[in-house]
Design a protein around this ligand. Structure first.
Ligand code: AMP
Length: 644
């Protein structure tokens, strides 16, 4: 990190009383006398007290910091092609908010594509864009690409460092052991101009900020970096679990980024514990671990034969039930660190089963665009988690979102899609004004809009958040859902439109055989690991209401066609990461969707405006469909996928 030449002990000093004081804020941002990347205060991450002080100052001075962030972004970037077109040489915040439009990805895609194809990055950002971060949101079936700068890695490091004092405040003794965090890199590609295109976490783990991180006794991992950075996900998983098992007595916390990834690791352990134990018993790593870096470091961790340890682990894994297995295998574990908010909430009960009552901790809310917020009460229950947006990460704005649908009908789970559509109508109005971070209202729903240091201006992230409270002057938000997403098992995000397109392609197959698809809906079945998409189809023979005779091969082809038509993140999860299982079509008897409508109406949906929900979340609604299933079919082959 570019060090601040001035010793800045607190943000307040940074932002308002920096000792080499400029006369006014404008002067300070233009001159940036502290030489800090995007106004990040310098502090020793080992010093928890200093960390807490920074968080207090950041949350006390939200308004001032947000104004400074916006000024700095405008000052730096006003001459970029993008902003020049709107600001016309003016460096003014009011002009910025009046003239720069709130945009979606499609609006900025041409700029991103120009950069990917070799245009200079200063068309959107004064700081050179050094790579493009492939998001799990997709556009035209391909991952969206978000710009990233060298400086932004420091911003992320600053953010990660702030998580440490928060955890230390609630959990003692985290420096007396290790964290078994199962972290993975994903495939990467190069754009035609030679820029790296890869997911944000892959970018971070491969950066010097991660690889050469200074020693921090609160953040010691059981996984050697070589095992995290191994591009073969199977070898990486095996080696990380092996290292975690060998060091089980030192492990104080376990986790992965998302709940789905952690559960995948438990499944992997279920399939591989015998071999892992055999390696521990003999002190020899399996021959199929061929990655030289992994072999070397894991051999060092294994060190020598450990038959007693192998017996112990074998005994636990051999037991009939795996309830509480985490606590049994890693007995000193204080909590499980995984994101369990948003679409990951569907994994809470499974995690609770395996965890033996350990707290589930969602520490942060972040994306490829920007890192947003920190959970200041990490031990709160998953459904109570709120994130406090950190005001020096970006300039945040909020599009108000109406909570109720237009006829005032109460929101019902089974008709969540209808509610989202209504919200879409609200936020898509041209004249909707954003509000600033300090002006959001308790209990209100908003869509997050960011202006980043990396070349995104008034960009709609697509996340709907609700204000739950305040920490000092900083609002706290509950993640409500992602705009447009109806299905998600891992990092995939399938919209109603994606699903419709895929189903439309598949139904052509049955239509040619005289079979009509009358209605469909879907849900993400995560009762087994990996989870998978389930489509409920009500079908009939053309010309009568009879259920046709169904050919297995044809129906399996329909399953595959749907999969082939879904976006590249789905196909990567399914084919490369194995984090999604084969898609299933459940054919239901005639009249099932009428029964679903009756149920939704009984729950408060308007009869006049009823539309079949294309995704079902309510257990009761799923039971109605499931009790009428007459046949099930699964995709027999993984869809095509290659890095883009
Ligand atoms: P990506 O751009 O692929 O990194 O995905 C970022 C998106 O993941 C965010 O915009 C959210 O929709 C979702 N996400 C990230 N962190 C959280 C969280 N803590 N809780 C719920 N959803 C999250």
């Amino acid at each position: 990190m570019r060090a601040c030449p001035i010793s800045c002990t607190a943000v307040k000093q940074q932002f308002s009383t920096c000792s080499r004081k400029p006369k006014d804020v404008n002067q300070m941002t233009r001159g940036n006398p502290c030489q800090l990347p995007g106004m990040l205060p310098n502090y020793d991450p080992n010093d928890s007290e200093a960390g807490m002080k920074i968080l207090e100052d950041l949350t006390e001075n939200v308004e001032q910091i947000q104004q400074r962030v916006l000024e700095e972004i405008i000052t730096r970037n006003a001459r970029t092609d993008y902003l020049k077109g709107f600001l016309d040489g003016q460096f003014d915040k009011q002009v910025f908010k009046k003239t720069v439009p709130v945009v979606n990805y499609e609006d900025i895609k041409p700029y991103i594509e120009r950069i990917a194809n070799g245009d200079s990055s200063n068309i959107i950002s004064a700081e050179p864009i050094i790579e493009l971060l492939t998001s799990s949101g997709t556009s035209g079936g391909q991952p969206k690409m978000m710009p990233s700068t060298a400086e932004d890695l420091h911003r992320k490091t600053f953010f990660y460092n702030l998580l440490v004092p928060v955890m230390n405040k609630y959990v003692d003794g985290l420096d007396e052991g290790k964290a078994m965090y199962l972290l993975f890199v994903k495939p990467e590609t190069k754009t035609p101009s030679g820029l790296m295109a890869r997911p944000v976490l892959t970018s971070y783990y491969k950066s010097n900020n991660f690889k050469n991180r200074p020693f921090n006794r609160f953040n010691v991992y059981t996984s050697p970096d070589e095992t995290i950075l191994c591009s073969d996900s199977k070898q990486s998983m095996y080696c990380q679990l092996l290292c975690g098992l060998v060091q089980r007595q030192e492990v104080l916390r376990v986790g992965a980024v998302f709940a789905s990834a952690f559960l995948r690791a438990i499944k992997f352990l279920e399939h591989n514990w015998k071999e892992l134990c055999s390696n521990i018993r003999t002190g020899h790593v399996s021959d199929w671990i061929t990655d030289p870096g992994c072999r070397k470091v894991v051999s060092l961790v294994l060190n020598k034969p450990k038959p007693e340890l192998a017996d112990l682990i074998e005994h636990e894994c051999n037991s009939k039930s795996w309830e509480g297995i985490i606590k049994k295998l890693w007995p000193r574990t204080k909590y499980i660190e995984v994101i369990v908010t948003g679409s990951m909430a569907q994994y809470v009960s499974t995690l609770e089963y395996y965890s033996g009552g350990l707290p589930l901790v969602s520490t942060m809310y972040a994306s490829s665009e920007c890192y947003f917020g920190i959970n200041f009460k990490p031990l709160s229950k998953p459904w109570d988690v709120s994130y406090t947006l950190i005001p020096n990460m970006a300039y945040f704005e909020f599009l108000p979102v109406k909570k109720k649908n237009e006829d005032g009908a109460k929101y019902v789970q089974c008709n969540g899609v209808c509610k989202e559509n209504c919200m879409e109508k609200e936020t898509e109005k041209e004249d909707v004004e954003t509000v600033e971070l300090v002006d959001v209202k308790l209990g209100q729903y908003y869509e997050l809009v960011v202006t980043t240091f990396t070349g995104l201006y008034r960009y709609r992230v697509g996340d709907i958040l609700m204000v739950t409270g305040f920490h000092n002057k900083a609002p706290q938000f509950r993640f409500v859902h992602r705009r447009n997403v109806v299905l998600s098992v891992d990092t995939d995000k399938t919209s109603e439109e994606d699903l419709l397109k895929a189903v439309t392609k598949a139904k052509v197959i049955v239509e040619s055989l005289g079979i009509l698809l009358i209605e469909y809906t879907s849900y993400a079945d995560t009762s087994s690991i990996p989870g998978h998409y389930v489509l409920f189809w009500e079908i009939t023979s053309k010309g009568n209401n009879h259920l046709p005779v169904l050919d297995h091969k044809i129906m399996e082809q329909c399953c595959s066609t749907v999969e082939e038509s879904l976006d590249s993140v789905y196909r990567r999860c399914r084919r490369k990461d194995n984090s999604i299982g084969p898609l299933e079509i459940r054919v239901v008897q005639h009249g099932t969707f009428d029964a679903l409508m009756d149920f939704c109406v009984s729950q408060g949906s308007s009869v006049n405006q009823y539309k079949t929900p294309r995704c079902i979340k309510s257990g009761e609604a799923i039971n109605i469909l499931d009790s009428r299933v007459v046949a099930r079919f699964f995709s027999q082959k993984a869809p095509f996928w290659e890095p883009v």
